[in-house]
Design a protein around this ligand. Structure first.
Ligand SMILES: NC(=O)c1ccc[n+]([C@@H]2O[C@H](COP(=O)([O-])OP(=O)(O)OC[C@H]3O[C@@H](n4cnc5c(N)ncnc54)[C@H](OP(=O)(O)O)[C@@H]3O)[C@@H](O)[C@H]2O)c1
Length: 284
């Protein structure tokens, strides 16, 4: 039996890991929410690892509000950078393997072909910078880690673009969505499955990986497909990012190349619209 600590129990990703549990009977899961374990508190993080032995730790906890991070940079850094450092140090002392989730927002979006793991990082907002610095802390501290960069995460759980569109469709008849920022949506259940596949395969291909669903689309394309799939009565208008004012700037292109993860962990990445369909069928 392998013991796995999942930090950030209420995150959409951890909730999806729970949904995958039954497929991995060889794993014994422990979950901690932010009240049980605040990752910014070094002593509490140390204590959790002293009290129990974990073969793996999956860190789903993060400061994920991209716009709010611009006005709360210290808080974002404390969670995304110092929090990651606290977890990496505790994993080091206790010999636990860390699976940490990072983001496409470590890139500036200037590239025109899918980003590979070795591409130069150059975050253009506070969230991306604090996440990139969290990656650096892990790389400095640990040898046995997997950093998985993902993008545009959605599911039935938590807050995400899909749920925002479904909510807005109940309140309004019309919406404008940005059509000149491109990326790949990722169904959190697919990412959850990948993290558990890494553990069950006992892979020692440590390092940084990209993982998203396949395809390049804009937020506008994503909204249209959501509307079509859920049969929403919602008129969706395309809008340029420059005309849609947000606190944080976002990369105009952040498609991730998932080939390294597919090869290393023997998984097949799924097309974004097929995964959206799967999410629809699972949605209740
Ligand atoms: N969402 C996306 O589109 C996206 C895209 C790329 C990468 N990612 C990354 O994927 C991972 C999972 O994202 P997600 O969307 O599943 O996250 P999420 O649903 O936004 O949840 C984040 C979780 O982190 C917890 N948390 C915040 N501060 C904490 C602290 N100090 N100590 C312990 N827990 C704390 C929150 O707990 P409370 O709710 O109790 O505060 C919340 O449960 C994150 O690393 C994120 O950066 C997300």
């Amino acid at each position: 039996m392998m013991s796995v600590l999942v930090i950030g129990k209420d995150s959409q990703l951890a909730q999806c890991i729970m949904d995958c549990e039954k497929n991995f009977p060889e794993i014994d899961f422990s979950y901690k929410d932010s009240k049980e374990l605040d990752i910014t508190d070094e002593k509490s993080v140390k204590k959790i690892f002293e009290d129990y032995t974990f073969n793996y730790c999956i860190n789903c906890a993060a400061y994920t509000n991209v716009d709010k991070a611009e006005t709360e940079p210290l808080r974002a850094k404390t969670v995304n950078t110092i929090g990651a450092q606290n977890i990496a140090r505790a994993c080091k002392v206790n010999g636990s393997i860390l699976i940490h989730i990072s983001t496409d927002f470590v890139f500036d979006g200037e590239k025109k072909t899918p980003y590979i793991e070795e591409d130069y990082t150059n975050p253009i907002n506070v969230y991306g910078k604090t996440k990139r610095d969290g990656e650096l802390e892990i790389e400095k501290t640990l040898e046995k880690y997997f950093i998985i960069r993902t993008s545009w995460l959605y599911s039935q759980k938590g807050s995400n673009f899909l749920k925002t569109i479904l909510r807005i469709a109940k309140e309004r008849k019309e919406i404008s969505v940005v059509n000149d920022q491109f990326g790949s949506p990722t169904y959190a259940l697919d990412l959850a499955h990948l993290t558990l596949k890494i553990i069950s395969s006992k892979s020692n291909n440590y390092g940084t990986y990209h993982y998203s669903n396949l395809g390049k689309i804009s937020w506008y394309d994503f909204a249209l497909e959501i509307s079509k799939t859920w049969k929403l009565d919602l008129k969706i208008n395309p809008i340029k990012a420059k005309d849609y004012i947000t606190h944080a700037v976002r990369p105009s292109y952040s498609v991730l190349d998932s080939s390294k993860a597919q090869k290393s962990f023997n998984i097949k990445a799924i097309k974004w619209n097929e995964s959206l369909q799967k999410c629809f069928l699972n949605y209740n």
